[in-house]
Design a protein around this ligand. Sequence first.
Ligand SMILES: Nc1ncnc2c1ncn2[C@@H]1O[C@H](COP(=O)(O)OP(=O)(O)OP(=O)(O)O)[C@@H](O)[C@H]1O
Length: 242
Amino acid sequence: MLQVNNLTKTYAHHPVLDQVSLELPLGQVLAVLGRSGCGKTTLLKVIAGLLPAETGIVSWAGQNMDAVPARNREMVYLFQEPLLFPHLTVFENLAYGLRVRKETEIAVQQKVSRMLEELELQEHARRMPHQLSGGQRQRVSFGRAIIFLPRVLLLDEPFGNLDAQTRATMQTFFLRLAKNFKITALFVTHDVKEALLVGDQYAYMVAGKFQIYASKAAFMADPVTGVREELAFWQAQEQNII
Ligand SMILES: Nc1ncnc2c1ncn2[C@@H]1O[C@H](COP(=O)(O)OP(=O)(O)OP(=O)(O)O)[C@@H](O)[C@H]1O
């Protein structure tokens, strides 16, 4: 289980993380909804070990991660933009983390083949990243992060730059991968529908304050999340048509 206790961080006397606490059990996805600038990226980077917090503790299975550098935390921060090695094929991009961990060639071949299948990219294994569409690149980026089974995946608006249709396809991919690989993830999004779709648990962040809801119903019922507003909008559209 990932545990975060009372994280605080300020920039120029302005609190960006204000006593943030959360618990994330294995295999669960916590969808974090929040407007731009509320501190979501800062939270993910502190958990990943890429930024220091002023106070608070990040721990995994009861072990304090303070002294564990980012590269050893196995809490992978995935950028909005897929960052692939431009000089490596899709296959080698996926294999990279396994090779760094000195896995045997047989294991590399098996794991990459399975991942290519999961991502429906078998036919693109020999392509270079610039020969892929944005959605395909994002799939490779996902696969590369998941293939060595990190403890936690930290997703920062991963589909924010994709068109609506590709975004919907990617959400379906994510749900399948999350289930098949028992992914534990914090999934940050501005999009209410995306949060509802991908989450097992739900949180809302505003001005560095983090609120976790006891249930999906509680998340949907709270006016601050904007869920009710969005539902009302679609109902009004429907009534206008009829
Ligand atoms: N290095 C920094 N120095 C000063 N202020 C910063 C720094 N990094 C972030 N901030 C400020 O902290 C706040 C939170 O930033 P953060 O990137 O965590 O927001 P966010 O919720 O991820 O926003 P977005 O959705 O737009 O990426 C913002 O007001 C931002 O301007």
